[in-house]
Design a protein around this ligand. Structure first.
Ligand SMILES: Nc1ncnc2c1ncn2[C@@H]1O[C@H](COP(=O)(O)OP(=O)(O)O)[C@@H](O)[C@H]1O
Ligand SMILES: [Mg+2]
Length: 208
């Protein structure tokens, strides 16, 4: 049995059944507008990066689906199915105080990544799944990187800022403040340079 769970810009997410349990197959599609060799190279790179970073991030304390198999030639990853709702969808349906505590949790998870010198690369609320115990899981690590510099971490925070601004304009203040609170909960004063870098990047306007 195969069911399409999501269809993103670059991939299709199937829910499958194997050994009596649900799993997810993430398949990176061809992009017709790219040259064939570049396309295949990029899909392979992102597939292998995603596999590695799902595991690296879990070791840093961030809940991520476990990977069971990967096929680099078919650009496919088989991983745990995480039952839950995208944080993006949930955000408009819950109380302000729940929204605030989930956002704070999101900030903590991003901080755990940054503390381990990892950036997510696409830290939007659609890449966060909230399960029925309000536990948060992070997915979509195809743009994630290790050995992150201060600039890369600043960009990661800036991307959060921009994602909240564009997708949750009416809730952005609550979400942003709480996310940054969670970030500082974990990193304390060591968050300072990254927060200033985020502001600097914002003022630079380079990524707008
Ligand atoms: N392991 C998983 N378990 C449950 N849902 C998932 C899983 N992986 C992805 N999804 C769902 O599919 C959506 C798209 O997956 P994602 O990895 O973000 O792909 P894309 O690169 O296309 O954005 C996610 O936002 C999430 O809702
Ligand atoms: Mg995604």
């Amino acid at each position: 049995m195969q069911q399409v769970l999501a269809r993103g810009a670059e991939s299709v997410i199937f829910k499958i059944e194997q050994w009596g349990s649900p799993f997810v197959l993430k398949w990176r599609q061809t992009k017709p507008y790219l040259l064939k060799d570049i396309d295949s190279h990029l899909r392979k790179l992102r597939t292998s990066r995603e596999c590695k970073m799902l595991t690296v991030s879990r070791l840093l304390g961030v809940p991520t689906p476990a990977v069971y198999s990967v096929d680099l030639d078919k650009h496919m990853i088989m991983m745990d199915f995480i039952p839950g709702t995208q944080f993006k969808q949930l955000a408009g349906q819950i109380s302000r105080s729940d929204l605030s505590s989930l956002s704070r949790g999101f900030g903590k998870l991003i901080a755990l990544l940054h503390e381990g010198n990892v950036v997510h690369g696409d830290p939007t609320t659609s890449n966060v799944i909230v399960d029925d115990k309000s536990r948060m899981w992070i997915v979509d690590f195809g743009l994630s990187e290790m050995n992150a510099t201060l600039e890369m971490k600043g960009v990661d925070l800036h991307l959060i800022y921009r994602a909240l601004e564009t997708t949750h304009w009416d809730l952005q203040e609550t979400m942003l403040d709480s996310t940054l609170e969670g970030y500082v909960d974990i990193l304390g004063s060591t968050a300072e340079p990254t927060l200033s870098r985020m502001k600097e990047i914002r003022e630079r306007g380079r990524y707008h």
